[in-house]
Design a protein around this ligand. Structure first.
Ligand code: LFR
Length: 490
């Protein structure tokens, strides 16, 4: 009766980790084996990810696991979505990949949709319009490079390829390209043609939970690492996060709260009608034939940037404590305003926004944090209401997972404003979902429902009930504010 070990490689925009997992006495046991920094840097005229550094860190992490006396692991990789690497015929990358926050696609939606109407693209794909989608990145890509590229690989697929030599395109992440055809379940020929990509440039599509292969001997020669079988997990971090969310029944929604806040529902059939189109909801493909029907909300990115600009003098916990001491709801902001996507200074951007809209201007760390937490919570509550309207059934529980689920202040505010129960945790839902898909692939866990019960039994979840004393006008006022802002944008 040997113990099975699983490794989740979970890489986000600011850091990556290797989480080592096993099941002990009926509980899922997690340990962080290795952590490293990630981030884009401005090189050769663009913001780029250093992907080979990520490979080294994965191998470094595996050698730490070997040093514990573990000789065999399964491993799955998840990262953020939409970005890709161009590979030449010899199997080498042409450049470090350009990061999705790079400004090259700023005009791309407008340009591409002058030829192909938005409604047409949405009807085909069901995917939200974000300038960073692979579709628009490829549209602005250097056409010579694109021609030279034998293969185009999404980031986690590329990492798996370098480790094993085997290339696939995993569907949960591929759907974020906005190039998969919902009805056919394949890359869409018209969209491919529009951006000068051939059907065979993307490696063949695979479902989450397929075996990719073993880590190549050449890496064993350079690093002392365990025998490692790579399983193509739900490679989009948000897809893994949803698998790792302990929601049950029909009336729950998820909020994967990290650099981005992804709020939505797990559906069995896509919802790409007019209401979803108008609210820019997306139907990203999930593991096991589900759909992540969700909205991207700017998320903790805003506070991450503020924290960094304050020279990391305050921890996130400090900022939450300081925010708690400030009066609530003094300044409304549209957190999804594109000006917050990659500003030179987040603090100055927030202050300019407050000034331009004649509201209280936050200056202290506590006031800045308060504005951010208030407005994220307001936006969450608004999105829960819209979600319920579009999917056509009530949402009674919001499961908040990811790092943001540790911010009790926001959990309580969101429960109050939305008038629903918030269940917070686990904070590690993404790594857990990554591991769950591996465990289902090896047969250690029966299916997602069984996996979610295991998660519920293994981690300490916290429940926040709505406070009946919450002033109902706050959300309505915020919604009116948002509507005015959006009108002003047209
Ligand atoms: C979250 C995430 C989102 C995606 C964004 C960009 O980490 O993967 O789901 O919209 O990053 O890739």
């Amino acid at each position: 009766n040997t113990m099975h070990y699983y490794v989740a490689v979970d890489i986000g925009a600011s850091s990556g980790r290797l989480i080592l997992a096993s099941v002990e006495e009926g509980k899922l046991h997690l340990e962080e084996a290795h952590r490293f920094k990630n981030g884009f840097e401005h090189v050769e005229g663009h913001d780029r990810w250093q992907v080979d550094h990520l490979i080294c860190e994965v191998l470094e992490g595996l050698s730490k696991i070997k040093a514990r006396g573990i000789n065999h692991v399964n491993l799955g990789i998840d990262t953020w979505a939409v970005d890709y690497v161009l590979i030449d015929e010899a199997g080498n990358k042409l450049h470090d990949p350009i990061a999705y926050r790079d400004s090259r696609t700023n005009q791309a939606i407008a340009n591409l949709t002058s030829a192909l109407p938005k409604e047409y693209i949405y009807e085909k794909t069901g995917i939200q319009f974000q300038a960073f989608n692979t579709l628009y990145q490829l549209y602005t890509e250097d056409k010579n490079d694109l021609k030279r590229a034998d293969k185009i690989m999404m980031i986690p697929d590329y990492l798996g390829y370098v480790l094993t030599g085997n290339a696939v395109t995993e569907v949960t992440n591929a759907s974020t390209t906005q190039m998969l055809n919902l009805r056919q379940g394949l890359f869409d020929k018209d969209l491919m043609a529009e951006v000068d990509v051939d059907a065979d440039q993307f490696p063949h599509l695979v479902e989450a939970g397929t075996l990719l292969g073993s880590v190549r001997r050449k890496w064993h020669k350079q690093y002392d690492i365990p025998e490692t079988d790579v399983i193509t997990t739900a490679t989009h971090d948000t897809a893994s996060a949803v698998v790792g969310t302990p929601g049950f029944g029909e009336n729950w929604a998820f909020l994967s709260s990290g650099t981005w806040s992804l709020l939505g529902a797990e559906l069995n059939t896509p919802e790409n009608g007019l209401a979803a189109f108008k609210e820019n909801y997306t139907n990203e493909w999930g593991a096991y034939g589900t759909y992540r029907f969700l909205k991207n909300i700017m998320g903790l990115w805003i506070i991450q940037k503020v924290k960094a600009e304050l020279n990391d003098q305050y921890s996130f916990a400090d900022l939450a404590d300081l925010a708690q001491q400030e009066p609530a709801f003094r300044t409304f902001i549209d957190v999804n305003d594109l000006r917050f996507q990659n500003p030179d200074s987040m603090i100055k951007e927030l202050q300019a926004y407050a000034k331009e809209t004649d509201q209280f201007v936050p200056t202290t760390p506590g006031a800045l944090a308060r504005v951010i937490y208030d407005n994220l919570s307001l936006y969450y509550a608004d999105s829960v209401q819209k979600l319920a309207q579009i999917v056509g059934h009530p949402i009674t529980t919001l499961n908040i997972v990811g790092g943001g689920s540790n911010v009790a202040l926001m959990n309580q505010m969101t429960a109050d404003l939305a008038g629903i129960t918030v269940v917070a945790g686990p904070g590690e839902a993404t790594a857990i979902g990554n591991i769950m898909v591996q465990m289902i692939a090896t047969g250690q866990v029966k299916d997602v429902v069984a996996g979610r019960h295991l998660i519920e039994d293994s981690f300490d979840l916290k429940t926040f009930q709505p406070d009946a004393k919450q002033d109902p006008h706050v959300l309505a006022n915020y919604q009116a504010f948002l509507a005015r802002q959006l009108k002003g944008d047209d």
